[in-house]
Design a protein around this ligand. Sequence first.
Ligand code: HEM
Length: 144
Amino acid sequence: MTLAPLLSASPAIELHAFAAMAAFALGIVQFAAPKGTIPHRTIGWIWVTLMLGVSLSSFFIHQIRLWGPWSPIHFLSIFTLVTLPLAVWAAHRHRVASHRRAMISLFLGALVIAGAFTLVPGRIMHEVAFGYAARPAAVEKASR
Ligand code: HEM
């Protein structure tokens, strides 16, 4: 494992990946801890801010260009930007079931699935997790 590929990436990618990893760790703490308490609200607001950072920074990342500069993962960013305020609003109105459903879909649908896809060969997190040596020959050739 090495952070070097991330540290040499653009500021948007660095901000995006570190905010996403922090949101992932904090999300696990949040799911395990008691709900409705002051720490739950504090961690919740930090998590929402991190997820805003993850989604907004992704609009400055264009490594996968399927439609002009955009990739299918950008839909996930739009989904997150729409669902986050709805989840916060549900908590504010004490609609616990909707709040819970929205937060679980954000955590599993956005963070866990998007996070797993970052580990495919050729992407930066694959190099972070498995090192430069694990770069497939085709990617190695293309980047020369
Ligand atoms: C643990 C979770 C995550 C990690 C570690 C992560 C990391 C990264 C990294 C390193 C990149 C840029 C370089 C590359 O493609 O290799 C990237 C791109 C991107 N990520 Fe994430 N990310 C995560 C979660 C998310 C989430 C939750 C969203 C959406 C809400 C998201 C949306 C995107 C988008 C739209 C791109 C740009 C794709 C492109 O190159 O066009 N990511 N991510």
